[in-house]
Design a protein around this ligand. Structure first.
Ligand code: PGA
Length: 259
């Protein structure tokens, strides 16, 4: 069964709502220039909370072939949680995706697999798709224990989810040492861990969920390396940081299949 590749641009804390308009417009023009075919790959932008309404109006108004979503969500529903944004608010803005457990959230905000699991459940409860991030730091990679490390994260972040729910979500494998460093995992490194994740999903939830779940690679993905990474059998897309801020470059990444 074919999994539709998902190329998602994680803007992180970049681009205000005025800049977002320009970048999304340019992305749409660049995708058209590269004859983007949404049957071959799905393009998404994962934007700061303050950009979502603007991006929604632009994408819906101009019927642009771009999905959008948020970078984080509260584990709580509405209430006395100053500064937080709940899943219902994001669903009301028609977000398709919400990234949860990005390594920067784990590192700077103390997010654990348990918190990430609770966030993923909220995203699913409100009808959106979580992009659940996992990945090892450099020390773990050097020790050679990256596969069991990432699989333990998978067990934690998927706890209590059904086979149907897991089949519909997205997992992003992002080795922390490759994020924003220019250091890319080799296609074989990406395949090793993405393949192991799929086997684990099969063990936990069955072959059907494993065949359906989309597994992205993330970490210094660019148009110059995306083709080889996407050629790996268990890599179903990319979560792209820095290169997604340049709309023409991101459009080349999304249309990797044409090269
Ligand atoms: P990068 O970021 O592409 O800039 O390495 C990837 C990410 O953090 O999602």
């Amino acid at each position: 069964m074919a999994r539709l590749p998902l190329l998602a641009g994680n803007w992180k804390m970049n681009l205000d709502h005025v800049e977002a308009t320009g970048v999304v417009q340019k992305l749409a023009w660049s995708l058209a220039d590269y004859h983007y075919d949404k049957e071959k790959a799905e393009a998404a932008v994962i934007v700061p909370f303050t950009d979502i309404r603007t991006v929604q109006l632009l994408i819906e108004g101009d019927k642009l072939p771009i999905a959008y979503g948020a970078q984080d969500v509260s584990v709580h529903d509405a209430g006395a949680y100053t500064g937080e944004v709940d899943a219902q608010m994001l669903a009301k803005l028609s977000c398709a995706y919400v990234t949860v457990g990005h390594s920067e959230r784990r590192e700077y905000h103390g997010e654990t697999d348990e918190i990430i699991n609770a966030k993923a459940k909220k995203v699913i409860e409100y009808g959106m798709t979580p992009i659940i991030c996992v990945g090892e730091k450099l020390e773990i990679r050097r020790e050679g224990t990256h596969v069991p490390f990432v699989l333990a994260q998978i067990d934690g972040v998927l706890a209590g989810l059904t086979a149907e729910q897991v089949g519909a979500l997205v997992i992003a494998y992002e080795p922390v040492w490759a994020i924003g460093t220019g250091e890319v995992a080799t296609p074989a490194d990406a395949q090793e861990v993405c393949g192991a994740i799929r086997v684990r999903v099969s063990e936990l939830l069955g072959a059907d969920a494993a065949a359906k779940v989309r597994i992205q690679y993330g970490g210094s993905v660019k148009s110059s390396n995306v083709v080889d990474i996407m050629a790996q059998p268990d890599v179903d897309g990319a979560l792209v940081g820095g290169a997604a801020l340049d709309p023409a470059e991101f459009a080349r990444i999304v249309t990797y299949y044409a090269r």
